[in-house]
Design a protein around this ligand. Structure first.
Ligand SMILES: Nc1nc2c(c(=O)[nH]1)N[C@H]1C(S)=C(S)[C@@H](COP(=O)(O)O)O[C@H]1N2
Ligand SMILES: [Mo]
Length: 369
Protein backbone atom coordinates (compact mmCIF):
# COMPACT_ATOMS: atom_id res chain seq x y z
CA UNK A 1 0.00 0.00 0.00
CA UNK A 2 1.31 3.44 -0.85
CA UNK A 3 1.10 5.86 1.99
CA UNK A 4 1.36 9.49 0.95
CA UNK A 5 1.30 12.26 3.48
CA UNK A 6 -0.93 15.22 2.67
CA UNK A 7 -0.52 18.57 4.38
CA UNK A 8 -2.74 20.13 7.03
CA UNK A 9 -4.38 22.59 4.65
CA UNK A 10 -6.21 19.57 3.20
CA UNK A 11 -6.37 17.06 6.02
CA UNK A 12 -7.10 18.20 9.57
CA UNK A 13 -4.95 16.78 12.38
CA UNK A 14 -6.60 15.13 15.39
CA UNK A 15 -7.88 17.63 17.92
CA UNK A 16 -10.12 18.02 20.94
CA UNK A 17 -12.94 20.57 21.02
CA UNK A 18 -12.35 23.67 23.14
CA UNK A 19 -14.29 23.62 26.44
CA UNK A 20 -17.25 25.64 25.10
CA UNK A 21 -16.92 24.76 21.42
CA UNK A 22 -20.19 23.70 19.78
CA UNK A 23 -20.38 21.15 16.98
CA UNK A 24 -18.16 22.40 14.15
CA UNK A 25 -19.03 22.50 10.46
CA UNK A 26 -16.65 19.54 9.90
CA UNK A 27 -18.55 17.48 12.46
CA UNK A 28 -21.92 18.54 11.08
CA UNK A 29 -20.87 17.52 7.56
CA UNK A 30 -19.87 14.06 8.84
CA UNK A 31 -23.12 13.75 10.82
CA UNK A 32 -25.17 14.61 7.74
CA UNK A 33 -23.49 11.84 5.70
CA UNK A 34 -23.33 9.17 8.38
CA UNK A 35 -26.70 8.64 9.98
CA UNK A 36 -27.67 6.83 13.15
CA UNK A 37 -30.51 4.41 13.78
CA UNK A 38 -33.57 6.36 14.99
CA UNK A 39 -33.93 4.97 18.53
CA UNK A 40 -37.61 4.06 18.04
CA UNK A 41 -36.22 1.37 15.69
CA UNK A 42 -35.05 -0.48 18.82
CA UNK A 43 -38.50 -2.08 18.55
CA UNK A 44 -37.34 -4.33 15.69
CA UNK A 45 -35.45 -7.56 16.33
CA UNK A 46 -33.87 -7.02 12.91
CA UNK A 47 -33.35 -3.41 11.88
CA UNK A 48 -34.90 -2.60 8.48
CA UNK A 49 -31.99 -1.84 6.14
CA UNK A 50 -32.77 1.86 5.72
CA UNK A 51 -32.91 2.37 9.50
CA UNK A 52 -29.55 0.68 10.18
CA UNK A 53 -26.81 3.15 11.12
CA UNK A 54 -24.27 4.08 8.46
CA UNK A 55 -20.62 5.02 8.62
CA UNK A 56 -18.44 5.72 5.59
CA UNK A 57 -14.96 7.21 6.13
CA UNK A 58 -14.38 8.45 2.55
CA UNK A 59 -16.75 8.13 -0.47
CA UNK A 60 -19.02 5.21 -1.29
CA UNK A 61 -17.14 3.54 -4.15
CA UNK A 62 -19.01 2.08 -7.10
CA UNK A 63 -18.10 -1.55 -7.72
CA UNK A 64 -19.62 -3.47 -10.61
CA UNK A 65 -20.88 -6.79 -9.24
CA UNK A 66 -20.32 -8.41 -12.67
CA UNK A 67 -16.59 -7.71 -12.77
CA UNK A 68 -15.88 -7.56 -9.02
CA UNK A 69 -13.24 -10.02 -7.84
CA UNK A 70 -11.68 -10.72 -4.47
CA UNK A 71 -7.97 -11.54 -4.28
CA UNK A 72 -6.55 -13.62 -1.45
CA UNK A 73 -2.77 -13.51 -1.30
CA UNK A 74 0.28 -12.66 0.76
CA UNK A 75 1.77 -15.39 2.95
CA UNK A 76 -0.22 -18.25 1.41
CA UNK A 77 0.63 -21.28 -0.67
CA UNK A 78 -1.84 -20.72 -3.53
CA UNK A 79 -3.02 -17.12 -4.01
CA UNK A 80 -6.53 -17.07 -5.45
CA UNK A 81 -9.08 -14.78 -7.06
CA UNK A 82 -12.81 -15.34 -6.76
CA UNK A 83 -15.78 -13.59 -8.41
CA UNK A 84 -19.25 -13.00 -7.00
CA UNK A 85 -20.99 -15.92 -8.73
CA UNK A 86 -18.41 -18.38 -7.38
CA UNK A 87 -18.69 -16.85 -3.93
CA UNK A 88 -22.49 -17.23 -4.03
CA UNK A 89 -22.18 -20.90 -5.10
CA UNK A 90 -20.25 -21.69 -1.92
CA UNK A 91 -22.02 -22.78 1.30
CA UNK A 92 -24.13 -19.90 2.62
CA UNK A 93 -24.67 -18.99 6.26
CA UNK A 94 -26.90 -16.31 7.80
CA UNK A 95 -26.03 -14.69 11.13
CA UNK A 96 -28.12 -12.11 12.96
CA UNK A 97 -25.49 -9.64 14.12
CA UNK A 98 -25.56 -6.38 16.06
CA UNK A 99 -23.05 -3.83 14.78
CA UNK A 100 -22.03 -0.75 16.72
CA UNK A 101 -19.58 1.94 15.67
CA UNK A 102 -16.62 2.22 18.05
CA UNK A 103 -17.16 5.98 18.08
CA UNK A 104 -20.75 5.72 19.30
CA UNK A 105 -21.22 8.08 22.27
CA UNK A 106 -18.25 10.27 21.29
CA UNK A 107 -20.21 13.53 21.21
CA UNK A 108 -21.09 13.13 24.88
CA UNK A 109 -17.57 12.88 26.27
CA UNK A 110 -15.74 15.96 27.44
CA UNK A 111 -13.46 17.29 26.07
CA UNK A 112 -14.98 16.04 22.81
CA UNK A 113 -12.65 14.54 20.20
CA UNK A 114 -13.47 16.14 16.82
CA UNK A 115 -14.72 13.32 14.58
CA UNK A 116 -18.06 11.77 13.68
CA UNK A 117 -20.16 13.15 16.59
CA UNK A 118 -22.38 10.23 17.54
CA UNK A 119 -24.74 10.43 20.49
CA UNK A 120 -26.24 6.95 21.20
CA UNK A 121 -27.56 5.80 17.86
CA UNK A 122 -24.67 4.22 15.89
CA UNK A 123 -26.03 0.70 16.16
CA UNK A 124 -28.21 -1.74 14.24
CA UNK A 125 -28.89 -5.45 13.86
CA UNK A 126 -29.12 -7.19 10.50
CA UNK A 127 -29.28 -10.69 9.09
CA UNK A 128 -26.07 -11.03 7.14
CA UNK A 129 -25.75 -13.82 4.59
CA UNK A 130 -22.45 -14.87 3.16
CA UNK A 131 -19.92 -17.65 2.95
CA UNK A 132 -17.49 -18.46 5.77
CA UNK A 133 -14.01 -17.06 5.21
CA UNK A 134 -12.12 -19.90 6.83
CA UNK A 135 -12.47 -22.51 4.04
CA UNK A 136 -11.26 -19.93 1.51
CA UNK A 137 -8.19 -19.16 3.62
CA UNK A 138 -7.62 -22.92 3.89
CA UNK A 139 -7.83 -23.29 0.11
CA UNK A 140 -5.28 -20.53 -0.28
CA UNK A 141 -3.16 -22.34 2.34
CA UNK A 142 -2.08 -19.98 5.11
CA UNK A 143 1.62 -20.64 5.68
CA UNK A 144 3.45 -21.02 8.99
CA UNK A 145 4.55 -17.68 10.35
CA UNK A 146 1.34 -15.84 9.43
CA UNK A 147 0.33 -13.45 12.21
CA UNK A 148 -2.38 -11.16 10.80
CA UNK A 149 -4.78 -10.94 7.90
CA UNK A 150 -5.53 -7.53 6.39
CA UNK A 151 -8.82 -6.77 4.65
CA UNK A 152 -8.73 -3.96 2.10
CA UNK A 153 -11.69 -2.00 0.78
CA UNK A 154 -12.02 -0.27 -2.58
CA UNK A 155 -12.55 3.12 -0.98
CA UNK A 156 -9.71 5.60 -0.87
CA UNK A 157 -9.15 8.81 1.02
CA UNK A 158 -6.93 10.78 3.33
CA UNK A 159 -7.20 10.86 7.09
CA UNK A 160 -5.14 13.03 9.40
CA UNK A 161 -2.61 13.51 6.61
CA UNK A 162 -2.31 9.85 5.61
CA UNK A 163 -3.59 8.86 2.16
CA UNK A 164 -4.87 5.30 2.22
CA UNK A 165 -7.25 2.60 1.09
CA UNK A 166 -9.57 1.70 3.98
CA UNK A 167 -7.92 -1.40 5.46
CA UNK A 168 -8.19 -3.24 8.75
CA UNK A 169 -6.31 -6.30 9.98
CA UNK A 170 -7.28 -9.10 12.34
CA UNK A 171 -5.02 -11.57 14.18
CA UNK A 172 -4.92 -14.85 12.21
CA UNK A 173 -6.79 -16.82 14.87
CA UNK A 174 -9.69 -14.30 14.77
CA UNK A 175 -9.78 -14.35 10.95
CA UNK A 176 -10.00 -18.17 11.10
CA UNK A 177 -13.00 -18.23 13.44
CA UNK A 178 -15.92 -20.14 11.95
CA UNK A 179 -18.33 -17.22 12.34
CA UNK A 180 -16.36 -14.78 10.14
CA UNK A 181 -18.23 -14.23 6.86
CA UNK A 182 -17.78 -12.71 3.45
CA UNK A 183 -21.28 -11.24 3.37
CA UNK A 184 -23.21 -10.37 0.20
CA UNK A 185 -26.74 -10.01 1.59
CA UNK A 186 -28.26 -7.87 4.35
CA UNK A 187 -31.77 -8.85 5.51
CA UNK A 188 -32.17 -11.11 2.48
CA UNK A 189 -31.34 -8.56 -0.20
CA UNK A 190 -28.07 -7.82 -1.99
CA UNK A 191 -25.94 -5.32 -0.05
CA UNK A 192 -26.83 -1.71 -0.82
CA UNK A 193 -23.99 0.52 -2.07
CA UNK A 194 -23.57 2.26 1.30
CA UNK A 195 -23.33 -1.02 3.24
CA UNK A 196 -20.47 -2.44 1.18
CA UNK A 197 -21.80 -3.81 -2.12
CA UNK A 198 -21.11 -6.29 -3.43
CA UNK A 199 -19.21 -7.98 -0.54
CA UNK A 200 -18.10 -6.99 2.95
CA UNK A 201 -16.38 -8.69 5.84
CA UNK A 202 -18.42 -9.60 8.89
CA UNK A 203 -16.75 -10.42 12.23
CA UNK A 204 -19.54 -10.96 14.78
CA UNK A 205 -18.87 -9.37 18.16
CA UNK A 206 -16.33 -6.78 17.02
CA UNK A 207 -16.91 -3.03 16.78
CA UNK A 208 -18.01 -1.65 13.40
CA UNK A 209 -14.64 -0.68 11.89
CA UNK A 210 -13.72 -4.37 11.60
CA UNK A 211 -16.45 -5.20 9.08
CA UNK A 212 -14.61 -3.94 5.98
CA UNK A 213 -17.01 -2.90 3.20
CA UNK A 214 -16.35 -2.97 -0.58
CA UNK A 215 -13.86 -5.75 0.10
CA UNK A 216 -11.42 -6.41 -2.78
CA UNK A 217 -8.24 -7.75 -1.20
CA UNK A 218 -7.25 -10.09 1.62
CA UNK A 219 -3.56 -10.27 2.46
CA UNK A 220 -1.96 -12.70 4.91
CA UNK A 221 0.91 -10.98 6.78
CA UNK A 222 3.95 -12.20 8.68
CA UNK A 223 4.17 -8.96 10.70
CA UNK A 224 1.47 -7.03 12.55
CA UNK A 225 -0.27 -4.62 10.13
CA UNK A 226 0.94 -1.04 10.59
CA UNK A 227 -1.84 0.64 8.57
CA UNK A 228 -3.59 3.74 9.88
CA UNK A 229 -6.88 2.14 10.97
CA UNK A 230 -5.08 -0.39 13.18
CA UNK A 231 -1.98 1.47 14.31
CA UNK A 232 -3.43 4.97 14.78
CA UNK A 233 -7.21 5.31 14.55
CA UNK A 234 -9.00 2.53 16.39
CA UNK A 235 -7.08 2.62 19.65
CA UNK A 236 -7.97 3.66 23.17
CA UNK A 237 -5.40 6.39 23.92
CA UNK A 238 -5.09 8.64 26.91
CA UNK A 239 -3.06 11.36 25.25
CA UNK A 240 -1.86 12.17 21.75
CA UNK A 241 1.47 10.32 22.13
CA UNK A 242 0.08 7.22 23.82
CA UNK A 243 0.32 4.23 21.43
CA UNK A 244 -2.88 2.99 23.15
CA UNK A 245 -4.67 -0.32 23.17
CA UNK A 246 -6.47 -1.71 20.11
CA UNK A 247 -10.28 -1.49 19.97
CA UNK A 248 -11.66 -5.02 19.48
CA UNK A 249 -15.00 -6.44 20.68
CA UNK A 250 -18.05 -4.40 21.66
CA UNK A 251 -18.37 -3.59 25.35
CA UNK A 252 -21.77 -4.22 26.96
CA UNK A 253 -24.38 -1.53 26.40
CA UNK A 254 -28.12 -1.14 26.93
CA UNK A 255 -30.37 1.33 25.13
CA UNK A 256 -33.90 2.40 26.02
CA UNK A 257 -36.54 2.88 23.38
CA UNK A 258 -37.61 6.46 24.16
CA UNK A 259 -41.12 6.40 25.74
CA UNK A 260 -44.04 8.72 25.06
CA UNK A 261 -43.71 11.34 22.33
CA UNK A 262 -40.88 13.79 21.59
CA UNK A 263 -40.53 17.52 21.36
CA UNK A 264 -39.35 18.23 17.79
CA UNK A 265 -36.27 20.24 18.65
CA UNK A 266 -35.08 19.12 22.10
CA UNK A 267 -36.40 15.56 21.74
CA UNK A 268 -37.41 15.69 25.42
CA UNK A 269 -40.09 13.01 25.87
CA UNK A 270 -43.58 13.66 27.18
CA UNK A 271 -45.48 10.89 29.02
CA UNK A 272 -48.64 10.78 31.10
CA UNK A 273 -48.80 9.85 34.78
CA UNK A 274 -49.55 6.11 35.00
CA UNK A 275 -47.96 2.83 34.00
CA UNK A 276 -45.50 2.61 31.08
CA UNK A 277 -43.85 -0.47 29.65
CA UNK A 278 -40.24 0.56 28.95
CA UNK A 279 -38.47 -1.58 26.38
CA UNK A 280 -35.01 -1.65 24.93
CA UNK A 281 -32.10 -3.76 23.74
CA UNK A 282 -28.71 -4.67 25.15
CA UNK A 283 -25.68 -6.30 23.55
CA UNK A 284 -22.03 -7.17 24.10
CA UNK A 285 -19.28 -8.65 21.95
CA UNK A 286 -18.08 -10.62 25.00
CA UNK A 287 -21.09 -12.90 25.49
CA UNK A 288 -24.81 -13.01 26.23
CA UNK A 289 -26.39 -10.19 28.20
CA UNK A 290 -27.38 -11.55 31.63
CA UNK A 291 -28.67 -8.41 33.34
CA UNK A 292 -30.18 -5.03 32.46
CA UNK A 293 -30.90 -2.40 35.10
CA UNK A 294 -33.00 0.72 34.64
CA UNK A 295 -32.96 4.03 36.50
CA UNK A 296 -35.57 6.80 36.26
CA UNK A 297 -33.77 9.20 38.60
CA UNK A 298 -30.62 9.83 36.60
CA UNK A 299 -28.72 6.85 37.99
CA UNK A 300 -29.29 7.19 41.75
CA UNK A 301 -31.43 4.04 42.10
CA UNK A 302 -31.68 1.02 39.79
CA UNK A 303 -34.20 -1.79 39.15
CA UNK A 304 -33.76 -5.03 37.26
CA UNK A 305 -35.49 -5.35 33.89
CA UNK A 306 -36.95 -8.63 32.57
CA UNK A 307 -34.85 -10.06 29.75
CA UNK A 308 -36.27 -11.44 26.50
CA UNK A 309 -35.26 -14.79 25.03
CA UNK A 310 -31.52 -15.02 24.23
CA UNK A 311 -31.46 -14.01 20.54
CA UNK A 312 -28.52 -16.15 19.41
CA UNK A 313 -24.89 -15.46 19.96
CA UNK A 314 -24.36 -12.19 18.13
CA UNK A 315 -27.55 -10.12 18.34
CA UNK A 316 -28.95 -7.73 20.92
CA UNK A 317 -31.28 -9.01 23.63
CA UNK A 318 -34.62 -7.32 24.32
CA UNK A 319 -35.66 -6.24 27.81
CA UNK A 320 -38.76 -4.73 29.41
CA UNK A 321 -39.50 -2.90 32.64
CA UNK A 322 -42.71 -1.38 33.94
CA UNK A 323 -42.38 2.23 34.99
CA UNK A 324 -45.14 3.44 37.26
CA UNK A 325 -45.12 7.21 37.04
CA UNK A 326 -46.88 8.43 40.19
CA UNK A 327 -46.10 12.12 40.01
CA UNK A 328 -45.81 14.73 37.29
CA UNK A 329 -42.31 16.16 36.92
CA UNK A 330 -38.98 15.72 35.21
CA UNK A 331 -37.24 12.34 35.05
CA UNK A 332 -34.00 11.08 33.59
CA UNK A 333 -33.99 7.51 32.31
CA UNK A 334 -30.81 5.45 32.13
CA UNK A 335 -30.02 1.75 31.60
CA UNK A 336 -26.96 -0.41 32.04
CA UNK A 337 -26.10 -3.95 30.98
CA UNK A 338 -23.98 -6.81 32.30
CA UNK A 339 -22.77 -9.68 30.12
CA UNK A 340 -21.94 -13.29 30.94
CA UNK A 341 -18.21 -12.49 31.00
CA UNK A 342 -18.93 -10.28 34.03
CA UNK A 343 -18.33 -6.98 32.20
CA UNK A 344 -20.63 -4.31 33.62
CA UNK A 345 -21.52 -1.20 31.67
CA UNK A 346 -20.28 1.92 33.49
CA UNK A 347 -22.77 4.71 34.18
CA UNK A 348 -20.21 7.44 33.46
CA UNK A 349 -17.52 7.11 30.84
CA UNK A 350 -13.82 6.79 31.34
CA UNK A 351 -12.60 9.44 28.87
CA UNK A 352 -10.20 8.53 26.05
CA UNK A 353 -8.47 10.79 23.51
CA UNK A 354 -10.19 9.46 20.38
CA UNK A 355 -13.61 8.75 21.90
CA UNK A 356 -13.53 4.98 21.25
CA UNK A 357 -15.56 2.16 22.81
CA UNK A 358 -17.66 4.60 24.84
CA UNK A 359 -20.27 2.64 26.74
CA UNK A 360 -21.48 5.14 29.32
CA UNK A 361 -25.22 4.90 30.07
CA UNK A 362 -27.69 6.74 27.83
CA UNK A 363 -29.69 9.66 29.29
CA UNK A 364 -33.27 10.29 28.23
CA UNK A 365 -35.01 13.41 29.53
CA UNK A 366 -38.72 12.81 30.20
CA UNK A 367 -41.46 15.16 31.39
CA UNK A 368 -44.47 13.45 32.99
CA UNK A 369 -47.72 15.38 33.19
N1 LIG B 1 -14.20 -0.10 3.32
C1 LIG B 1 -14.75 0.43 4.43
N2 LIG B 1 -15.27 -0.38 5.35
C2 LIG B 1 -15.83 0.13 6.46
C3 LIG B 1 -15.85 1.52 6.69
C4 LIG B 1 -15.31 2.36 5.70
O1 LIG B 1 -15.33 3.59 5.80
N3 LIG B 1 -14.76 1.78 4.57
N4 LIG B 1 -16.38 1.99 7.87
C5 LIG B 1 -16.31 1.07 9.00
C6 LIG B 1 -16.96 1.56 10.19
S1 LIG B 1 -16.06 2.66 11.12
C7 LIG B 1 -18.17 1.09 10.61
S2 LIG B 1 -18.81 1.58 12.08
C8 LIG B 1 -18.93 0.12 9.78
C9 LIG B 1 -20.31 0.65 9.49
O2 LIG B 1 -21.05 -0.28 8.76
P1 LIG B 1 -22.47 0.14 8.16
O3 LIG B 1 -22.30 1.48 7.50
O4 LIG B 1 -22.88 -0.93 7.24
O5 LIG B 1 -23.40 0.26 9.34
O6 LIG B 1 -18.29 -0.16 8.55
C10 LIG B 1 -16.89 -0.30 8.62
N5 LIG B 1 -16.36 -0.73 7.36
MO1 LIG C 1 -17.23 3.03 13.09
Amino acid sequence: MTIVTIDESVSAPARLAEPDEGISEDELRLAARNHGMPLEALRYDVTPVGLHYLLVHYDIPHLDAGTWALRIGGHVDRPLTIGLDDLRRRPAVTHRVTLECAGNGRARISPRPISQPWLDEAVGTAEWTGTPLRPLLEEAGVLDGAVEVVFIGADHGVERGVEQDYARALPVDEALRDDVLLAYEMNGQPLLPQHGAPVRLLVPGWYGMTHVKWLIDIDVLTEPFDGFQNAVAYRVKHDADDPGEPVTRMLPKALISPPGFPDFQSRVRVVGVGSHELTGRAWSGWGTIVRVEVSVDGGMTWSDAALGEPPGEYAWRSWTWTWDVDLPGRYELRARATDESGRVQPVDQAWNRQGMANNHAQRIAVVAR
